[in-house]
Design a protein around this ligand. Structure first.
Ligand code: 13P
Ligand code: ZN
Length: 289
């Protein structure tokens, strides 16, 4: 058994829960979580569930239907922030503003097994999280476990002025910063503006998650995924940093996107070759091959 599991006297002391809380704090400090903006889920590994089980409620909650179905997520356990919770409060009152849910055998309902004290429930974006987890787990041979949604300003601002498609936005982000293409070689998906919180936006997002490990919601925010908390946080950070560079450069350029210097497609291709990246070829100009 891992040390943290042997020594833990409560759920909050387990390693996966400490990492969950740390990401919430880090995201808040970045300014990505005004009010209750953003949410986080973690698909627990089998050993996490074993370590957590002694702290589960004696009686699980009632099964609650979700508005999406994800059969491959049947029997999975997810840590989730609660609907309406402020990211800045997750670390101080974890069992109130976060919790653990179990998914039923059909993959269409959940029940609370820990946390969400005082009548809380999982994030209003649970449908998106669960569908995205299903798609990313399949795309990564089970490696992807973290689904992180935030409201970073520069990404949101960018969606107000540039063409809303994955290729255009990915290229601008790749060109803004040399290491962008290393952080997200497959690019970033883009969902046009949609009403948040329901099955429609969940389906539109998860469709893009077959290709991309990060998806922008226009005029709203960004979903970043990863095998662990560092990977998901790092991806969010890298995309927002690149968007910030783009926004600044454009402001310095009198609002024009006609930049004096940028990274060429040849340059992008050279980085991909140097680092042996699984790059999205369709996003580079073919004439330069
Ligand atoms: P929740 O508080 O329900 O997680 O919603 C926040 C949010 O960002 C919705 O998109
Ligand atoms: Zn949101």
């Amino acid at each position: 058994m891992r040390d943290d599991a042997n020594l833990a006297t409560c759920m909050e002391e387990l390693a996966f829960m400490r990492s969950f809380v740390r990401l919430c704090d880090d995201g808040y400090r970045q300014g990505w979580h005004e009010r209750n903006g953003g949410n986080l889920t973690y698909r627990m590994a089998t050993e996490d569930v074993a370590f957590a089980r002694p702290f589960f409620n004696e009686t699980p909650g009632e099964w609650k239907r979700m508005d999406v179905e994800a059969p491959s997520m049947a029997g999975e356990f997810f840590v989730s922030t609660s609907a309406g919770s402020y990211m800045r409060n997750i670390s101080s009152e974890t069992s109130r503003y976060a919790g653990i849910v179990e998914i039923n055998d059909e993959g269409n309902a959940y029940r609370v097994v820990w946390g969400f004290e005082d009548g809380g429930r999982p994030t209003s974006e649970l449908s998106s999280h669960v569908l995205n987890h299903a798609v990313r787990a399949a795309a990564t041979d089970g490696a992807c476990r973290v689904m992180y949604h935030a409201h970073p300003s520069s990404v949101i601002a960018m969606t107000m002025v540039v063409e809303l498609n994955s290729r255009t936005i990915t290229r601008l982000l790749w060109q803004a910063m040399t290491e962008s293409i290393i952080a997200f070689p497959m690019g970033v998906g883009v969902v046009p503006w949609m009403v948040p919180g329901g099955a429609d936006i969940a389906k539109a997002t998860s469709k893009l998650m077959r290709t991309y490990d990060a998806v922008i919601w226009a005029s709203h925010g960004l979903f970043a995924t990863g095998a662990d908390f560092d990977a998901a946080f790092g991806l969010m950070h890298a995309i927002e940093k690149a968007a910030g560079v783009y926004v600044r450069a454009r402001c310095m350029n009198g609002g024009s996107d006609n930049f004096r210097n940028t990274i060429t497609d040849e340059g992008l291709r050279a980085i991909a070759e140097e680092f042996n990246l699984p790059i999205n070829e369709a996003f580079l100009e073919e004439t330069l091959i």
